[in-house]
Write a protein that binds this ligand. Structure first.
Ligand SMILES: *Cc1c(COP(=O)(O)O)cnc(C)c1O
Length: 298
């Protein structure tokens, strides 16, 4: 899937005016269902589950989670039974993510918010007696193997001074930070409210990755910066301005964005360009991290 990733150079008036070079790496195009950074976060988990001879994958997430969607599809493609724990109460009709999961024969279990929160804090509610012998993938694939997968997003042939990506758990950003060329700057646009904490999250994820790979800690910490000004009020919150930006961006570039992650990121990138944040003639590489489910496609 990865061999076919395209990088699209954007031509927009505002870029010409500021003499900026902005390209977008289209992870959204790698597969209709297992797309975006979710594929990168899953791939080493799938490999590990196979290695361990597991037949079942257990994972969890919110009811609209791109991670659940991708895991449902990957389970089917790679022959795993998928058990997914969904945060919240069941509601009918099923939303498109859960409908897709059901059609992919996933077993769906609902945990109320209280139980889900307790699990996050204690990590202790997954009983093998109850759920069988499973391979566990954390929410959003946010662990060392997820980081390792995201380190495969950038390749030798990419050219950039800045790499730009949306941040939820920060796993993708950690992968970008450890794999980018020296001197490149990595900017993560928080999709969450008060995203300042992501700086530390990404550092922790990088440490976990270093432990997994038994790497010596580098002398200089990887340099990346979390941008918090474009959260539009918080996770999955949106405004009319953001929606019209997305529509307009699609009309001009034919690149579909969604309002949760990539729309906010690109809005932020273009706004920073307008505000002369980047030095002249910078080469900017934005990562299209996906999230374009067939149901969103225009
Ligand atoms: C999950 C997701 C992200 C966030 O990735 P993290 O590694 O959790 O920071 C960004 N963009 C899209 C489209 C996603 O689905």
């Amino acid at each position: 899937m990865e061999n076919t990733i395209t990088t699209q150079r954007l031509s927009l008036e505002c870029l010409k005016k500021k003499q900026m070079n902005l390209s977008i790496k289209r992870l959204d195009l790698i597969h209709p269902y297992i797309q975006g950074n979710k594929w990168f976060k899953l791939k080493y988990h799938l490999e590990e589950a196979q290695k361990q001879g597991k037949k079942t994958i257990l994972t969890l997430g919110g009811a609209y989670s791109n991670h659940l969607y991708a895991t449902a599809a990957a389970g089917q493609m790679y022959g795993f039974q998928v058990i997914m724990i969904v945060r919240g109460e069941p509601t009918l009709p099923l939303n498109p993510v859960l409908q897709f999961a059901k059609e992919a024969n996933c077993e769906i279990i609902y945990w109320d918010r209280e139980k889900y929160r307790r699990f996050r804090e204690e990590n202790s509610l997954l009983d093998k007696e109850v759920y069988g012998d499973f391979y566990f993938i954390p929410e959003g694939g946010a662990d060392a193997l997820g980081v390792k997968g995201c380190a495969d997003i950038l390749t030798e042939t990419d050219e950039y001074d800045y790499v730009l990506g949306a941040c939820g758990t920060g796993t993708m950003l950690a992968g970008l930070a450890i794999s980018a060329k020296p001197n490149a700057k990595i900017l993560g646009f928080s999709a969450l409210k008060k995203g300042v904490f992501l700086q530390e999250e990404v550092e922790k994820l990088i440490e976990k990755y270093d432990d997994l790979e038994q790497k010596e800690k580098p002398q200089n910490k990887y340099s990346f910066q979390i941008i918090t000004e474009y959260d539009f009020g918080g996770y999955a919150k949106k405004t009319a301005e953001l929606e019209s930006f997305i529509t307009d961006f699609y009309a001009k570039t034919r690149v579909p964005l969604e309002p949760i992650y990539t729309g906010k990121m690109l809005f932020g990138v273009l706004d920073l360009i307008e505000k002369d944040f980047f030095p002249e003639k910078s080469r900017l590489l934005a990562i299209h991290s996906g999230g374009i489910k067939p149901m969103y496609a225009r």
